[in-house]
Design a protein around this ligand. Structure first.
Ligand code: SF4
Length: 210
């Protein structure tokens, strides 16, 4: 079976089982989403959602965060993990948003990834959820699942992103990512994947190797 065919089967399975999947980070603006996504690195979305109400109350926009004190931001986000670097990056990012983009979050990929602490994953989350732009979000779940299935053969997130973009229609990139992450949390878990109840085991390379 070629990768395109495998991808179609997987996409259909995701759609049938996680049709209503959506972004699990709480946000009401591009600024809030970029902050929440940056905070979610090596931290659960649940924990981020516990932190951000206070963060956004104190700093509702890029202008407020740009003039924040490092110690105050650190204190608010300290349960997010890597909080020292995250606090530094959040303030630096806000300064760039104010200085280069009038306080707004830019839509352009290069402009986004030039911001402190913003990589392609965060940029694709923001572009996909806010502006419905194409771009596959490659997080730890997507990386693990697509390698297990045999859709990709790489540990490099950028290579995986570009390979998946050849297999999935651009208009579906964002929802595919949300559904795939749900599948990774519920079925194709990092440890002890639930292959026995997985609907794509018959086409899975990992399952065939067991
Ligand atoms: S069969 Fe197992 S390893 Fe393969 S996709 Fe399903 S849960 Fe993951």
């Amino acid at each position: 079976m070629d990768k395109k065919e495998l991808s179609k089967i997987f996409e259909k399975y995701l759609e049938e089982n996680w049709r209503d999947a959506s972004c699990s980070l709480d946000y009401v603006s591009p600024f809030q989403l970029i902050c929440a996504t940056a905070l979610s690195a090596q931290c659960t979305d649940k924990r981020v959602n516990e932190i951000t109400p206070e963060l956004f109350k104190r700093y509702p926009d890029a202008f407020a965060l740009a003039s924040a004190k490092y110690e105050d931001v650190s204190e608010i986000i300290k349960s997010a993990g890597m909080y020292k670097v995250k606090a530094k990056n959040l303030i630096s990012m806000a300064n760039d948003l104010v200085g280069k983009h009038g306080g707004d979050v830019p839509e352009d990929m290069d402009a986004l990834t030039a911001l402190a602490g913003v990589g392609r994953k965060t940029a694709n989350v923001v572009r996909g959820n806010i502006w419905h732009r194409a771009g596959v979000v490659v997080d730890t779940h997507v990386k693990r699942i697509t390698n297990r299935l045999g859709l990709v053969d790489s540990e490099d997130p950028v290579k995986i992103e570009h390979e998946l973009e050849q297999l999935i229609d651009g208009e579906n990139h964002c929802i595919w990512g949300h559904r795939c992450i749900r599948f990774g949390r519920e079925i194709c878990t990092a440890k002890n994947p639930k292959c026995g109840i997985c609907g794509v085991r018959n086409v899975c390379r990992y399952y065939a190797s067991l």
